[in-house]
Design a protein around this ligand. Structure first.
Ligand code: FES
Length: 146
């Protein structure tokens, strides 16, 4: 795809977000924010008995790239286990969005995936305590720092 096609793809996800909205009775409800700008996303996840994603939705208030990235990642993680989400590389998401288009906006592009990863990482210990995961996460880990 050329640059304009990537931009069109991002705008389509921003204007017609996939898997948007709250999810009833989620197993994971996790908030993530970008400290630099104040943009936030909430990810909702329903799991099966093997901790595999059966449904995932998001809501958010943020820039075009962050909300498009959150929409795209919901399409990429269905059927994955929490462990697989934790280990998910950034490259497939960045490739879908066009590396040249988002390379100066990596913190935006990765807000959704980082929030989801944070939830996947925290969930087992919360589950052991019988809690749903509802907490703000300050995001420090992105491609920019790795
Ligand atoms: Fe805040 Fe993009 S400017 S996430």
């Amino acid at each position: 795809m050329d640059r304009s096609e990537y931009v069109e793809f991002i705008l389509d996800h921003f204007n017609n977000p996939r898997n948007h909205g709250p999810l009833d009775a989620p197993d994971i409800l996790v908030n993530g924010g970008n400290p630099g700008c104040g943009d936030v996303v909430t990810m909702y996840v329903k799991l099966d008995e093997d901790d595999r994603v059966v449904e995932v939705k998001f809501e958010g208030k943020g820039c075009t790239v962050s909300l498009a990235g959150a929409s795209i990642i919901t399409e990429m993680v269905k059927g994955k286990t929490l462990k697989e989400i934790e280990e998910l590389p950034y490259a497939p998401l960045i490739d879908q969005m066009g590396e040249d288009v988002v390379k100066s906006r990596l913190r935006c592009a990765t807000l959704g995936i980082d929030t989801l990863k944070g939830g996947a990482r925290e969930y087992p210990s919360r589950k052991a305590m019988g809690q749903k995961l509802i907490q703000p996460i300050v995001l420090a880990h992105t491609l920019l720092t790795e």
